[in-house]
Unconditional design. Structure first.
Lengths: 434, 417
């Protein structure tokens, strides 16, 4: 029966080519625009570490003075060196890592490659197990290297390809900041997006090329880049940052259960109280403990233009759908005669309704296919934009499926009212009129 | 022609009428808001920076193995290298003037702080946020700024300091916008202000008409015109030079620069991005705004086309359906123009009805966007422009099917269906 309806639908669509083309084109453009923007939104608001992000938290405490104080003020987005070190050493979470980043001059041993600046992350040992960072060769460093300010470095797969042609480079020497470092590990395929753990060097930046123990980075005076936020008489002078009233470090913890998270929050409040009592924190305890997705949401990581574009595209799709409903209605009503004959010959209302819905489904399928092409074109245009997230704009299987689902649903929805109106035709009346 | 029979006819096609009206309403709502967004972006892009942007370019370079700048002696070494570069650039035949600088408007890299009327006021305590430009006595001339009060810097005013040195300058030139904010009574020249919460006073010696901050991001939108210029050569391991080429010699000057700098001192890095015309800096800063405006524009055009297509389709259907009635009217003496007018008036009524709903939707959509995005309230004339647009669109779209209707011959009335 379905194939018969399908044949009827094709026949009917062919009879009104211009009208069919108009409907298909309208659906295709609505779908194309919506899927382009939804894909970008989907990619940008994705979970950077699926399965793990729920147990990773970003503690915030408020060490600032009373200037600009008010109720419900959010604590700063980063922590000071002093607080970061305390929280790190306190080890109240399953795992914890303190980090910040910078640009490090790198002098390759090969004379064929000019010296260049590489983006580096200065962090502590737990970074790697906590974020489940895969290693291609070698291992990351442990706590003893942190304590010893060891001259060791973990490099990205990309840098390993560039400098060592993808060979196992563990044990080789790398000159950073005019100091010799020993490569102890090479990262595997690891590109969490958004770049959640450090959002100040580009929210959708690729991961760093160089990972160095935080203690070592301070020891050899590696430059700190990213955001430094000071108060009182604090200044951004790199060499005094450890003592200055400035927040410039990110601190992440792993807490495996809700109870543990609640206990950790309690610990943060307690620490703030202690510091307040000691006169170091001037404000009363003001803490936050957000997990990865809450943190990204709080930071409005997804650009507002992207969200605006989704709204625009969905509005556009609605107009295209209303347009298609109108055209389908006109088309089905025009065929009252034909439908009346089918009714008179014994077709039930359901049968007619089914037939008409199949016809709108066919329009939806055609619109969806064309819409998919338009969405690919749209994404290609997005990738040519200068934004740092542009390269991520690719459609995945889920979005592909969603495109077709959206197209068929949209056109069935568009066909529903017209089909319902058309199939209620009284057979006798139509025959008489003819 | 009375409207009565027309309304009676429309009531027979309620669903179709409602759908077209709804489509027109939605189109109106989306199009006015999109045009408003486009206009806001274009307005943003078109505002003048205060610079004379022609013949201006920026050179950014980094020294290799430069002194650290952490102590006085190495700072002086860096300053010698900087002055050597300035002399090299100023000696080029196509160069008119050069200033060292930390940034230029639209470059996105900025050095921000606050200006207060009291010493020791905290950075965050409000006051006036500002962005700093550091340059020498040729900065005003090179940037092409207009001095509206006070005086320009002289060579004797210019000092040098290390990049990481937090001390404040003795004198500054500020923009008129910043001066008026600090001293609403006017006459800021000669007054003392305190920079970045410092307790040392800084004297304002001049006012320039306009100078935009380097950042075009929304976080800087509250102090776009609050710039402060200090007569300081900053010494770090990298340097920036704003260069004004002689009229018409921009490209030639830009070509000469890398070779001249390498000849003066080969221990430096200049990459593809190092020598950049201001035109390119401007294009880069506003690329996403222009992209967004273009996208909105394209969506509007397609939306209008789809709506017009819908009107053509539905009206054609109605014309086909009323073929016989039209014939009867023609046989009873209606002229072709009457039939044409009938369909045009019918469309006007539907579009008008849709537009009324559309105006409400447009205002509602604007409210939603204002609450979710950083957006202004839409002035009423955008809605009126949108209204005119959809009504005209309806009339254009209906013309073809209406013409076809008017060409139905009266003889149709005598035929059976």
């Amino acid at each position: 029966m379905l194939s018969y309806y399908f044949g009827l639908a094709l026949h009917s669509l062919k009879r009104h080519r211009a009208l069919t083309a108009l409907m298909v084109l309208a659906i295709a453009m609505g779908i194309g625009a919506s899927m382009t923007t939804l894909t970008v939104l989907h990619v940008l608001s994705g979970d950077p570490l699926p399965g793990r992000s729920g147990s990773l938290y970003y503690p915030q405490i408020d060490p600032r003075d009373m200037a600009d104080y008010g109720p419900n003020v959010e604590p700063p987005d980063q922590v000071t060196w002093t607080d970061g070190q305390y929280l790190l050493k306190a080890k109240r979470a399953t795992r914890q890592a303190l980090m910040t980043s910078g640009m490090v001059p790198l002098q390759p041993a090969q004379s064929s490659i000019d010296p260049f600046h590489a983006v580096a992350l200065y962090t502590t040992a737990d970074f790697f197990p906590m974020f489940d960072v895969p290693m291609q060769y070698g291992n990351a460093w442990g706590e003893s290297e942190d304590d010893a300010k060891a001259r060791v470095v973990v490099i990205s797969a990309k840098l390993n390809d560039k400098l060592f042609g993808g060979q196992n480079s563990v044990g080789k020497e790398l000159r950073l900041q005019e100091t010799a470092f020993r490569i102890i590990g090479v990262l595997g395929d690891w590109h969490p997006q958004p770049h959640f753990y450090q959002i100040y060097m580009g929210r959708y930046a690729d991961n760093e090329d160089i990972f160095v123990p935080l203690s070592t980075s301070r020891d050899v005076h590696m430059e700190h880049d990213g955001e430094t936020d000071c108060w009182g008489n604090g200044g951004g002078d790199d060499s005094h940052l450890q003592q200055a009233p400035c927040v410039w470090m990110q601190f992440w913890v792993q807490l495996d259960s809700a109870q543990q998270a609640a206990a950790y929050k309690e610990f943060l409040v307690h620490y703030s109280q202690e510091q307040h009592a000691a006169g170091r924190f001037l404000r009363t305890p003001n803490v936050r403990l957000r997990n990865v997705m809450q943190w990204l949401d709080y930071q409005h990581v997804v650009p507002s233009d992207t969200r605006l574009q989704v709204w625009l595209a969905l509005g556009f799709l609605v107009v295209c759908l209303v347009n298609t409903v109108g055209l389908m209605l006109a088309k089905f009503m025009r065929r009252a005669g034909e439908l009346g004959v089918r009714r008179a010959l014994g077709a039930s209302q359901q049968a007619l309704f089914g037939q008409l819905l199949v016809e709108s489904g066919v329009v939806g399928l055609a619109g969806g296919t064309l819409g998919l092409l338009l969405a690919s074109l749209g994404l290609w245009l997005v990738r040519r934009q200068p934004a740092d997230y542009a390269r991520l704009a690719h459609m995945d299987a889920r979005m592909l499926l969603a495109t077709f689902a959206l197209a068929i649903c949209a056109s069935l929805l568009a066909g529903f009212l017209p089909a319902w109106r058309a199939c209620r035709i009284a057979p006798a009346l139509q025959l008489k009129a003819n | 022609m009375t409207l009565h029979p027309m309304i009676a006819a429309l009531r027979k096609h309620k669903a179709g009428v409602v759908l077209i009206a709804l489509q027109i309403a939605l189109t109106l709502a989306i199009v006015c808001n999109a045009i408003f967004i486009i206009y806001a972006r274009i307005e943003n892009v078109r505002r003048p920076t205060g610079l004379n942007e022609n013949n201006l370019f920026l050179v950014t370079q980094q020294w290799v193995g430069a002194p650290s700048g952490d102590d006085a002696a190495s700072t002086q070494k860096l300053d010698v290298m900087l002055r050597e570069d300035l002399a090299t650039l100023r000696a080029l035949p196509d160069v008119e003037s050069v200033t060292p600088t930390n940034s230029v408007p639209l470059l996105q890299s900025s050095w921000n702080g606050a200006v207060a009327l009291k010493p020791g006021a905290d950075l965050r305590a409000g006051n006036a946020r500002t962005t700093y430009y550091f340059g020498d006595e040729q900065l005003l001339k090179t940037f092409g700024l207009h001095l509206v009060a006070g005086r320009d810097f002289t060579a004797a005013d210019v000092v040098n300091k290390a990049f990481r040195d937090n001390s404040q300058p003795d004198i500054v030139i500020v923009t008129k916008a910043l001066a008026d904010k600090l001293f609403p009574g006017g006459n800021a020249v000669g007054k003392a202000v305190y920079l970045n919460g410092d307790s040392k006073p800084t004297t304002i010696v001049g006012e320039v008409e306009r100078l935009q901050v380097p950042s075009v991001s929304t976080w800087a939108s509250t102090f776009v015109w609050n710039s402060t210029i200090a007569p300081i050569r900053l010494n770090g391991n990298f340097s920036r030079y704003a260069v004004r080429a002689k009229p018409g010699r921009l490209e030639a000057a830009m070509r000469e620069v890398p070779a001249a700098l390498y000849a003066a001192n080969p221990m430096r890095v200049l990459d593809d991005d190092s020598v950049k015309s201001f035109k390119d800096i401007r294009a880069e800063a506003y690329r996403s705004d222009i992209g967004m405006a273009a996208l909105m524009g394209a969506v509007c055009l397609i939306l209008l086309a789809v709506t017009a297509g819908g009107i053509v389709g539905l009206t054609s259907f109605w014309v086909g359906q009323r073929h016989r009635q039209i014939g009867v009217r023609r046989a009873l003496g209606a002229r072709k123009i009457d039939i044409l007018h009938y369909f045009q008036l019918e469309n006007l009524m539907i579009a008008g009805g849709g537009a009324v709903v559309g105006i409400a939707l447009a205002v509602a959509l604007n409210r939603v966007l204002m609450s979710k995005f950083e957006m202004q309230s839409m002035p009423a004339y955008y809605v009126l422009v949108g209204l005119a647009m959809v009504v005209i669109l309806g009339q254009i779209a209906v013309f073809v099917p209406a013409r076809r209707a008017s060409n139905v011959p009266p003889v149709v009335a005598t035929r059976s269906a």
